[in-house]
Design a protein around this ligand. Structure first.
Ligand code: ZN
Length: 102
């Protein structure tokens, strides 16, 4: 995905306190052609979130959800369970449905 890092760092911020994430807060879980999944932990309020970034004709779209997992835990889940990818996909398409109906 071209320009991923810059675009992601532009849109990545804490959903709770809105502090901008830094690169060192990020754990990359999955890099795909059209979808990337990154775990962020906020250094200000300690809240963790998963950010899904997808790319379509309109450009990059980022969706963040809060999680209890730490970066390394999330990485384990993503690496060990192929099922979890389907789960994430279903969560993601659910989120897409919500944002589309707004
Ligand atoms: Zn925060």
């Amino acid at each position: 995905m071209k320009g991923f890092s810059k675009e992601l760092s532009d849109m990545a911020k804490c959903p709770v306190c809105e502090k901008k994430y830094k690169k060192q807060n990020a754990t990359v879980l999955e890099i795909g052609q059209k979808r990337n999944t990154v775990h962020f932990s906020c250094e200000a309020c300690r809240v963790s979130s998963l950010v899904f970034v997808s790319q379509d004709q309109m450009g990059s779209v980022g969706v963040g959800i809060l999680t209890d997992l730490s970066g390394s835990e999330a990485k384990n889940v993503f690496q060990k369970e192929s099922v979890s990818t389907d789960h994430v996909l279903s969560v993601y398409s659910h989120l897409e449905t919500i944002s589309a109906s707004k």
